[in-house]
Design a protein around this ligand. Structure first.
Ligand SMILES: [Zn+2]
Length: 297
């Protein structure tokens, strides 16, 4: 591991732990962070039961919050305000192009103790899966550099934040292996709020809480640029606390990363979604035309 990178990871872990320990500053009603898990990207991790047959080993009623597609002026700030009010911490899988447009927001995410991850540079409309492997790797690399530059970190060989989520969950085995070879942890999700669909904040809150009650725990995916998500976030965090859920924060570190395997009979839920979105071609990883520049999921 690069020395600067190692130093950064240690600092990130400390920054994450110190505010968590001081959650009482928000008062006893605040959600806070109950524990921090260090993720070691060197363990070849591809996690999240909607896409992969493994996930983080969380205790009952433990939740990890993740946000995709930001940063976006307005909505991301509202999400950050809500998290701050509850001394809560989350992981933001940032789109490189959006990070380049809003570097102050990236710095705010990091300064407030959140974890950052990557979500490609251009969030290609037809996904990284349908790009050539070289073009997909170049887009991912450009995203690493854009987020690091926005956060104010000098360029190094490895991304400062070794976390990646594929746009639309459309991975390929080759790209997953390439990321794992670079010690980057690949994250899917255990459940989501379906906030790429139009719905009222109330409906989104009820939907995600019902899914959380059914699953009992998990890595939850939201999209911070979505107005309904930004609007429901204060109520969602209060609801987590009221129903006895506890927040787990993930940070880069030395592990060992606690992993649990899926139950027998597991199947990917996201392949069906990808097939619906992209058609049968989306199920293969052959080089296809390159998609460009789309902001959605
Ligand atoms: Zn996305």
């Amino acid at each position: 591991m690069h020395v600067l990178s190692a130093l950064f990871r240690l600092t990130a872990a400390l920054i994450a732990i110190i505010p968590a320990a001081r959650a009482a500053d928000c008062g006893p009603q605040a959600l806070g962070v109950s524990r921090v898990i260090e993720i070691d990207g060197g363990e070849r991790l591809a996690l999240g039961l909607q896409t992969y047959p493994r996930t983080l080993a969380l205790a009952d009623r433990e939740v990890v919050l993740t946000f995709d597609d930001g940063p976006a002026h307005g909505a991301t700030e509202r999400v950050l305000d809500a998290l701050k009010a509850e001394c809560a911490r989350a992981t933001f899988f940032l789109v490189g192009a959006h990070a380049a447009e809003a570097p102050a927001l990236v710095r705010r995410i990091v300064a407030e103790g959140h974890n950052a991850g990557h979500h490609s540079y251009s969030h290609p409309a037809r996904t990284l899966r349908l790009m050539s492997e070289g073009a997909a790797q170049a887009d991912i690399e450009k995203g690493f550099r854009a987020v690091d530059a926005a956060a104010g970190f000098p360029p190094v060989d490895s991304p400062h934040f070794p976390f990646f989520r594929f746009p639309g969950f459309a991975d390929t085995p080759e790209l997953v292996r390439w990321l794992e070879d670079r010690d980057v942890a690949v994250f899917g999700a255990d459940l989501w709020a379906s906030d790429w669909q139009e719905m009222t904040p109330r409906a989104e809150l009820e939907l995600v809480m019902s899914r959380l009650e059914a699953a009992g725990k998990g890595i939850v995916l939201f999209h911070d640029p979505r107005p309904s998500t930004a609007a429901m976030m204060p109520d969602f965090l209060r609801e987590l606390k009221a129903r006895g859920f506890r927040l787990v924060h993930i940070v880069p570190g030395d592990g060992p990363t606690p992993i649990v395997h899926a139950k027998p009979g597991w199947t990917s839920a996201t392949e069906a979604i990808i097939a619906k979105t992209l058609g049968p071609k989306g199920l293969r990883s052959e080089p296809q035309e390159e998609g460009r520049g789309v902001k959605a999921r």
